[in-house]
Write a protein that binds this ligand. Structure first.
Ligand SMILES: [Zn+2]
Length: 412
């Protein structure tokens, strides 16, 4: 009996050994002419990045050709600038034109599929969606995970919690209502909670002295429920006081923050709250401000955004607030996500720090520091390449020529 058992075990082991021999390991080796392994740091030249099973297993000097036992694919990026893929942590993937009131779930699905592809091809392999219209986005995420749709990894923030109507989000009106809405959002699949704590930028009530939309007990209820489920909270805020209110309740990121004051920035530094400015729409705001057909009251309102927003961002940067990149993009501007990084540089932030905001800082905000945001051994292989050197000319990030996500090449 014992003998039979041993024989069975031996045959099992030998079968396993044969099976392993038959499937050679698949390795990709990227030959990187210039590599920025961690944005904010130094570049290295002539490096080999070794990728296996979707992960970076090693980064070594010189161009190596690899293991004879493995099935090796060499990717030649000897004349490129190579870095970690970028992230957009404030986006609306499944939205088209906000001003189209007749858009339905089919429109959202179509926009989601189109936007996903554009964003990935622009070199952004991870996004946080801060506000969908319905549950369409969850279906798109399913499609991307299965490989049926080409797109970035999407971290969904559900539907915006506001004082409800279609534009302002899901209803939070009184403590009981806020508790139910937040719970519902999380059980439906939201990995972040997004609160609209002030008026939209286009509304006059989003001005510097604008009032917060929620009462303290409502705001506290949302953040209490989120904390119960260990779900982080992102807060839309333009006026001074809505930022100060939000920062009382343990949020993870403040979005826009156009008119936040130095007191708010000091609290953000103290509590490690991230700032996601979303400056990418400022050109549109400026166009509206300078258009002679615009009502003078709105023109003046918009102009205040155009002048104050970059000042706020630079002040926050100088104070050491952690800044991440988010475009607030939707169907109108998906694929031009690089513009946020360019806005940072135009506001006076050094190129390398701006790239850090799009990689290291954004990964940190999402809680992905161990897996994403740099080209180092042990990280997921999300890698991009471009011609030219973005540390000298930031605009070269507009033309990403190589995109790898999870070790798979999507653009070459
Ligand atoms: Zn937004």
């Amino acid at each position: 009996m014992k003998f039979i058992l041993y024989a069975a075990l031996i045959s099992l082991f030998s079968f396993t050994a044969v099976a392993q021999e038959e499937v050679p390991r698949e390795i990709t080796i990227i030959h990187a002419g210039t590599l920025l392994p961690v944005a904010g740091g130094e570049t290295l030249s002539e490096q080999s990045i070794i990728v296996e099973d979707g992960k970076i297993t090693d980064v070594v000097p010189s161009y190596i050709s690899g293991d004879m036992d493995a099935d090796v694919t060499i990717v030649d990026l000897k004349d490129k600038f190579v870095m970690a893929a970028m992230m957009d942590v404030h986006i609306h993937m499944a939205e088209g034109d906000l001003n189209n009131p007749s858009a339905n779930a089919a429109d959202h699905a179509l926009m989601g599929v189109i936007n996903s592809r554009k964003v990935l091809m622009a070199g952004f392999t991870t996004v946080r969606d801060l506000g969908a219209r319905d549950d369409t986005l969850y279906k798109i995420i399913e499609g991307i995970d299965k490989g049926d749709i080409m797109g970035p990894r999407i971290i969904p923030g559900g539907i915006i919690i506001g004082v409800g109507n279609r534009d302002n989000g899901r209803e939070c009106n009184g403590v009981e209502s806020c508790r139910k809405t937040t719970r519902d959002m999380i059980t439906e699949g939201a990995k972040w909670i997004k609160i609209r704590s002030s008026c939209r930028g286009g509304q006059l009530c989003s001005n510097e002295d604008g009032a917060p939309i929620f009462f303290d007990d409502e705001f506290k209820t949302i953040t209490d429920v989120a904390r119960k489920y260990e779900i982080p909270v992102a807060v839309h805020s333009h006026p001074r006081d809505s930022a100060l209110q939000a920062l009382k309740f343990g949020i993870t990121s403040l979005e826009h923050g156009t008119f936040m004051n130095e007191e708010a920035m000091d609290i953000m530094v103290r509590d490690g709250v991230y700032y996601v400015p979303t400056m990418s729409n400022l050109d549109e705001t400026e166009r509206a401000a300078t258009n002679p057909d615009t009502d003078p009251i709105y023109a003046e309102h918009n102009m205040k955004f155009v002048t104050r927003h970059p000042e706020t961002v630079i002040k926050a940067y100088e104070k050491g607030v952690k800044i991440a990149t988010g475009t607030d993009g939707d169907g109108r501007n998906a694929g031009t996500n690089y513009r946020e990084v360019e806005y940072f540089v135009r506001s006076g932030i050094p190129n390398n720090d701006a790239l850090k905001m799009a990689t290291v800082n954004s990964a940190e905000l999402l809680g992905f520091s161990d897996t994403l945001g740099s080209v180092e051994a042990g990280k997921i292989a999300d890698i991009i390449a471009m011609d030219g050197n973005p540390l000298e000319t930031i605009e070269v990030i507009e033309n990403v020529t190589f995109v790898m996500k999870d070790g798979k090449v999507y653009k070459d």
